[in-house]
Write a protein that binds this ligand. Sequence first.
Ligand SMILES: Cc1ncc(COP(=O)(O)O)c(C=O)c1O
Length: 292
Amino acid sequence: MTVLVFLDPAHDDGTVADASRPQLMATDLGATRGDGIFESMLAVGGTPRKEQAHLDRLAASAAALDLTVPGAGAWSRAIRTGLREFAAAEPDRTHAVVKLIATRGVEGAGSATAWVQVSPVPASTLAQRATGLRVLFLERGYDSTVAQRAPWLLMGAKTLSYAVNMAAVRYARAHGADDVIFTSSDGKVLEGPTSTVLLAYDRDGRKTLLTPQLESGILAGTSQSALFAAAKEQGWELGYGPLEPHHLLEADAVWLISSIRLLAPVLSLDGQDLRTSTALTAELAELVDRFV
Ligand SMILES: Cc1ncc(COP(=O)(O)O)c(C=O)c1O
């Protein structure tokens, strides 16, 4: 079942709402213009993971959109209310997806609509973690320097306007693949529609973990960031793009990483089989387990 908790200045812990009933005004700018922001985080055993990183990124997205949203304390209290309700309704589920959503609000009202949604982790998401992904490179249509020139494109913000990202995944599925890695018009590797790209080289025991650079207009992944911190402690070398498709084809392993699916190995790119490494995947999955 899905639990909804609306953030409400009159109720400190938020107001629980029935997810099987309409709860949003049809004139909410989140619905009519996709004007809003969100976060998706994993909760395990009733505790949200990387909560502060998600709250920080929500605040950064809000700033990029010039959107006034409730403060971190109000979000945290609503998250706890949601997780408590979820645990009562679904006592056997250890894992949950916690979404934080804020829109520009009802037309003319001038204040944000904000709510927390707690729901089960879809089985298909868990399956991809285990089996790996066939991925297509798809063009995003921007060059890798556009974020600096055109802040109104909101490139590094996690906005509700994900229709293009979802269309890219549907395109991949219609063409025999599972997921997508976007490339820029100047040929750089960017990110997945809902994930960060990672690749590793293991040369004579010297292990390097690489990810595209943030300046290329990608979302700052909280999972990539936490994994890099853990890998650094284990002696891995770290690197940040610019990356091109050939770097992925030459790597010892490539993954897509995100908060719910976690670390998913990429098996092929545009139909070309990639090198995979059970040992490197197991080593990094162990580091991911530490922050999950
Ligand atoms: C576009 C995009 N890039 C990267 C990520 C990965 O971010 P995180 O690790 O914080 O989940 C996401 C997550 O949904 C995303 O939507």
